[in-house]
Ligand binder design. Structure first.
Ligand code: SF4
Length: 641
């Protein structure tokens, strides 16, 4: 008898736009091995995207994948993953992202757990997924529109319950850094907007009235209450000039009752917007340097990027580079086609973003991404790159020179691994908050130590001034993040490591497994879910190796971490970390020690069951993880021990 499927709809949509074909994939064939979200998407990528495929080739796959907890009411479970080959990376390569809002749950309500799109449509189109049926539709009326106009048209045509992913004209024009955008202000970097554009696909729209079954609804309700109670632990907010802009309330993703960085904000002039994280503040420093310029300009800069489908992190780097190159005389106003002295104004930002989106003048060069701009213009460009100019994401935030664990987290990923970095930095931020206002955070030095020991698996991991215990901590954080990105749970809320509402103020690392069991009816525990994380992490490692990633030389954080002392951190201005005693320690002026880093990395390889000398995975480990076919494929390329 076929087992009742809970948590899942049971189907992944497979669309080939070149052929116009639409098929179903059985979710359960993948869920048992790879859990969901990022795990399943990475497995599909492994099977379908050959290493030599270009990011903008029709053969590249754009994979949108939810997890077993999405649309069930589980808290902080409304996000979804995107996986594909990224045109933003240099060289192009496997990449991933994570988006919030309503699209993920809407996809499940429409009857699908995920969508994999390959091919290229002859004419612009959009994909409509409604109540178990999918249809490729003409998008002539949407092509060329900004994402807000797309929203208005789609909602007018399909109703308020229609949710979507799309990109703006930047994606259509194959700007390599173009973002994927959802309704409710969700976005993902990585250049996936250009992948959408390369397929002549303007949007994927989902709506429906279905709902995945929950195995034990009563238990889930109890666990949701518990999650909300435990998540009271000191809400972190972006630093804002309070006289100009204030947090006014939640702007939550679908059915999420957890407090987080995402919120509604109001400016002094009364403008109200939904914003989150870096994208909210990236233009503020430039605006602040122009007397008389209102903060509304910075708020609108985010909207302009979202509308055109541009990545705010890339724009942040582009503006810094333009200003430095111009001041040094390496870029003239004529060559730039811009009055760079007006940076910080609305007119400047509108002009710059238009140039990149329409590929006009220098904008055509910048549309290839800042890294490729460096290749094209050479030394006069690259000497003005800061530490933040990396492939995907900001390259220096949550620096390894400040938090040693992060050296390994950066080193093993093709992009800034923001969800992992948050696990370290959020706990430290709440420890900092407790030092300033104890009533706002439960995280004393003692709680920090206990939580770090419990969640990072090593009683030396909490002393942030040493390299001891960090290899194991990094491995645990990676495994948990891959598990989380597969369930899919939001990194703004998970893991709950500390809380006002437990006796010792430390969280329960088993909570995710209890929720998973309540939803799916499958018994699991912390170690059971961690095994999925470990498998999915190893699978991604195999994907990267197959695409040319070099172990050892590739497994390093950015080189500036070794010689350049750390002097600034906007979010931790005094650069203090928990040290061996109750007293905080300043790491100002710290560098990463190369020899100690190498020792830590060798220890890490060994803990992973990889070859300590070369960093290659072993066939034994891959077989243990049920990845025997992956081991065989790597063996043919001499990429396994
Ligand atoms: S915690 Fe915040 S960002 Fe995460 S799912 Fe909930 S509302 Fe969305």
């Amino acid at each position: 008898m076929k087992r009742e499927v809970c948590g899942w709809t049971g189907r992944i949509l497979k669309v080939d736009l070149s052929l116009g074909s639409i098929e179903d994939i059985d979710t359960m064939e993948y869920a048992e091995g790879f859990l969901g979200g990022r795990g399943i998407a990475t497995r599909l990528y492994w099977e379908c995207v050959a290493p030599e495929t270009g990011a903008l080739d029709p053969e590249n796959a754009l994979i949108l994948m939810t997890g077993p907890l999405g649309a069930t009411g589980a808290q902080g479970a409304s996000r979804f993953e995107v996986v594909g080959k990224s045109p933003m990376l240099l060289p192009e390569g496997f990449c991933y992202g994570n988006l919030g809002g309503y699209f993920g749950p809407a996809l499940k309500q429409a009857g699908y757990d995920g969508v994999m799109v390959t091919g290229r449509a002859a004419e612009s189109c959009y994909l409509l997924i409604q109540d178990g049926r999918a249809e490729i539709r003409d998008a002539a009326h949407l092509w060329g529109l900004g994402t807000y106009a797309v929203r208005d048209r789609l909602k007018a045509d399909h109703g308020r319950r229609a949710h979507f992913v799309t990109t703006g004209p930047a994606g259509e024009n194959l700007v390599r850094t173009a973002a994927l955008i959802t309704d409710h202000e969700g976005s993902a970097t990585g250049g996936f907007g250009a992948v959408l554009g390369s397929k002549n696909l303007k949007a994927v729209v989902a709506l429906g009235s279905g709902r995945p079954r929950v195995a034990d609804p009563k238990a889930l309700t109890e666990l949701n209450r518990l999650t909300i109670r435990l998540s009271k632990r000191g809400t972190l907010r972006m630093p804002l000039p309070k006289d100009q802009m204030r947090y006014v309330g939640r702007a939550s993703c679908y059915q999420c009752g957890l407090d987080c960085l995402r919120g509604a904000f109001r400016t002094a002039s009364g403008k109200e917007v939904v914003r989150k994280c870096h994208s909210m503040v990236f233009y503020m420093p430039w605006v602040a340097m122009r007397p008389g310029e209102k903060i509304d300009t910075a708020v609108d800069a985010t909207k302009i990027c979202n509308d055109l489908g541009l990545c705010t992190m890339e724009m942040d780097n582009v503006m810094g580079w333009l200003a430095r190159a111009w001041e040094a005389g390496d870029l003239s106003a004529e060559e730039a086609g811009l009055n760079i002295g007006e940076i910080g104004s609305r007119a400047f930002f509108e002009r710059l973003t238009e140039m990149i989106t329409r590929r006009e003048g220098l904008g055509d060069v910048l549309a290839e991404g800042l890294l490729r701009t460096g290749e094209r213009l050479g030394e006069r460009a690259t000497r003005h790159f800061t530490e933040d100019v990396s492939g995907v994401g900001l390259g220096s935030s949550y620096s390894p020179r400040e938090y040693v664990i992060n050296a390994l987290l950066y080193a093993l990923e093709p992009r800034q691994p923001i969800a992992m970095l948050h696990e370290v930095s959020y706990l430290i931020a709440r420890w900092l908050l407790h030092r300033i206002k104890p009533e706002l955070s439960p995280t004393t030095a003692e709680v920090f130590r206990a939580a770090a020991t419990k969640f990072w698996g090593n009683d030396k991991a909490w002393d942030m001034t040493t390299y001891e215990g960090k290899a194991e901590a990094a491995m645990r954080i990676q495994d948990r993040t891959y598990m989380k990105d597969s369930l899919v749970l939001c990194d703004c809320a998970w893991p709950i490591m500390d809380s006002f509402n437990t006796p010792d103020h430390v969280g329960d690392p088993n909570l995710e497994a209890r929720i998973f069991s309540a939803v799916t009816g499958l018994e699991s525990d912390e170690e059971g879910l961690r095994a999925y994380g470990e498998r999915n992490f190893n699978l991604q490692r195999a994907v990267l190796l197959r695409e040319g990633w070099k172990p050892l030389e590739g497994d390093e954080p950015a080189s500036f971490n070794f010689p350049e002392p750390i002097l600034h951190d906007l979010l931790n201005p005094r650069l203090i970390v928990p040290g061996p005693t109750e007293e905080p320690v300043s790491v100002k002026g710290n560098v990463l020690d190369r020899e100690k880093y190498k020792e830590m990395r060798a220890e890490y390889y060994e803990l992973r069951g990889w070859d300590r000398e070369t960093g290659l995975q072993t066939a034994e480990t891959l077989n243990r993880l049920g990845l025997g076919d992956v081991a065989e494929a790597l063996k043919k390329r001499s990429l396994v021990r």
